[in-house]
Design a protein around this ligand. Structure first.
Ligand code: ZN
Length: 414
C-alpha cells in the first residue's frame, strides 16, 4: 500500500517539475542533489555511527593494576591504557575486565587470588555506580548502556582459577563471571597452551571436557584464546553453544602461536562464535616480530648480562632503558598504525563474513600497541577506519559489538 502512495507523490512531483521554467528546474535540481549529498555524508559520519553503536571490548587486564598497583580507575591516568574517563571518551559501552592469574600460582591459592581480583573490581564499581555497573546478562548490559553508563563484564583468564574443582566454576559464576579463558601461556593440568611445544596430552583431559560442558550448562562463555589447536578442536567438538576467542589475531597475516589459522577461523564461524582482534603489535605484525627477533639476536650478549644481573623484571627493564629506546625508534620507523587492526578484520570478513569478528584490545596486558589506538579513548578511530574501507553501517555495528552481544545472549541468558 505504501508504494501506491509513493507513486502518486512521485507522479505529482514529476508533473510539477516539468511545468517549471528551465531556470527553476536547475534550482530545484541543485537543491535536490545537495540534499542527497548532505544526507549521505551525515549517514556515513563515523562519529555518529560510533556513538549510536554498541561498542564492546572483549578483553583488558586492567584489574591486575588495581590489585598490584592500587590503581583507581575513576580518574584519568595515562600510565596505563584504560580508566573510566577514557572509556567514556572512547565511547566504549561494554568493557570486559579479565581477572588474570599466572599458571604458576600455587594450586591452593588460585581461587583466593581470583576472588581478590574480583573484590577489587567490585569495590571500584561500587565507588562509581553512576558511571559503571556489572552486567551478568545481555539484557543487563542493554539496560546499563541505555542508561548512559558502562557495562562491566567479568571474566577469568586462565582455568587454573578453578583449582580443578567444578564447584569453583559455580562459585565464580555466582560472582558474575561470564567467560573463562581456559589456559594461558603455559599449559595447566587439563588444557594445553598454544605456547606448549611438548604437549603432555591431546588438548584437553577428561576433566577439561567436563569443564567445557559445565560452562555450557551454567551459561559461562568458553574462551579459546591461548589454547593449543588441539584444545580448540576438542572444545569445538563438544561445546553445545558458541565460543569466543576473546583476544587473538589472524595467523595468515602474522604467524604466531597465539593467532588463529584459516581453518580455526572457519570452525569458530561454523560454531557461531566470535573472534576479538587483539591490539598487541606482536600478534598483528610479522614485520614487528622479525624486527624483534633480529634486534634480540643483535643485542644478545647485553640482554643476557642484564638478565643475569637483575632477576626482577621492573629493575631489568629500567637498566635496559637505552636498549629499549633504540628498539622503540626502530619500531617507530616501521610506521605501524591502527590500520593493521583493520587488515585483520578485513581478512576474517573476507574469509567468513562480518558476523564473527569483534575487538579484544588486551589493553593493560600488552606493552606495544599500534599508533592511533594508544589507549581506549581512541576506539573511534576503528570506526572511522571501517567507514573509510567501505563497510556498511550494519556491518560496522556488528563488528563493534553486535556480534559479541549475540553470543552473550545465546550463552548467558539463563
Ligand atoms: Zn591473554
Amino acid at each position: 500500500m505504501e508504494y501506491f502512495y509513493y507513486s502518486i507523490v512521485l507522479a505529482l512531483s514529476v508533473q510539477f517539475y516539468y511545468k517549471l521554467s528551465m531556470k527553476k528546474k536547475i534550482i530545484v535540481f541543485t537543491i535536490l542533489l545537495g540534499g542527497i549529498l548532505a544526507c549521505s555524508i551525515v549517514n556515513r559520519d563515523p562519529a555518529r555511527i560510533h556513538r549510536e553503536a554498541m561498542v564492546v571490548d572483549l578483553h583488558s587486564d586492567t584489574v591486575l593494576r588495581m590489585v598490584e598497583e592500587g590503581f583507581d580507575f575513576s580518574g584519568r591516568d595515562s600510565s596505563g591504557h584504560m580508566d573510566l574517563p577514557r572509556l567514556k571518551e572512547g565511547g566504549v559501552d561494554l568493557q570486559v575486565f579479565a581477572c588474570w592469574l599466572d599458571t604458576n600460582t600455587p594450586a591452593e591459592k588460585c581461587r583466593a587470588t581470583v576472588d581478590q581480583l574480583i573484590d577489587s573490581l567490585d569495590a571500584q564499581l561500587g565507588r562509581n555506580p553512576d558511571k559503571i555497573e556489572q552486567c551478568r546478562t545481555a539484557a543487563d548490559a542493554e539496560r546499563i548502556i541505555a542508561d548512559g553508563r558502562i557495562a562491566a563484564f567479568y571474566a577469568i583468564e586462565n582455568g587454573v582459577a578453578i583449582e580443578s574443582d567444578l564447584d569453583n566454576l559455580q562459585h565464580f559464576y555466582d560472582r558474575g563471571v561470564r567467560y573463562m579463558t581456559l589456559t594461558h601461556t603455559a599449559s595447566n593440568d587439563w588444557c594445553i597452551s598454544s605456547a606448549d611445544t611438548t604437549p603432555a596430552f591431546h588438548g584437553l583431559t577428561d576433566f577439561g571436557r567436563d569443564v567445557v560442558l559445565r560452562m555450557n550448562e551454567l551459561g559461562m562463555i568458553v574462551d579459546i584464546s591461548h589454547a593449543h589447536p588441539w584444545a580448540v578442536d576438542e572444545v569445538l567438538k563438544i561445546t553445545t553453544v558458541p565460543v569466543i576467542a576473546s583476544h587473538s589475531c589472524v595467523h595468515a597475516l602474522c604467524p604466531h602461536d597465539r593467532n588463529l589459522t584459516d581453518e580455526q577461523i572457519k570452525a569458530i564461524a561454523g560454531n557461531g562464535g566470535v573472534i576479538g582482534i587483539n591490539f598487541y603489535t606482536g600478534y598483528l605484525s610479522k614485520e614487528y616480530n622479525d624486527l624483534d627477533n633480529s634486534f634480540e639476536a643483535e643485542h644478545k650478549t647485553e640482554i643476557d648480562s642484564f638478565t643475569a644481573l637483575y632477576s626482577d623484571y621492573g629493575e631489568r627493564r629500567r637498566a635496559m632503558k637505552d636498549i629499549y629506546a633504540e628498539f622503540g625508534r626502530k619500531v617507530d620507523s616501521l610506521g605501524i598504525d591502527y590500520n593493521i587492526i583493520l587488515d585483520h578484520i578485513d581478512y576474517i570478513v573476507e574469509l567468513v563474513g562480518p558476523d564473527y569478528v569483534a575487538l579484544g584490545s588486551d589493553f593493560d596486558g600488552v606493552h606495544r600497541i599500534p599508533k592511533g589506538i594508544d589507549d581506549c579513548s581512541m576506539m573511534p578511530n576503528i570506526t572511522s577506519g571501517l567507514v573509510e574501507r567501505g563497510y556498511s553501517e550494519k556491518d560496522i555495528r556488528k563488528i563493534l559489538g553486535g556480534n559479541f552481544i549475540r553470543v552473550f545472549q545465546q550463552v548467558c541468558n539463563k
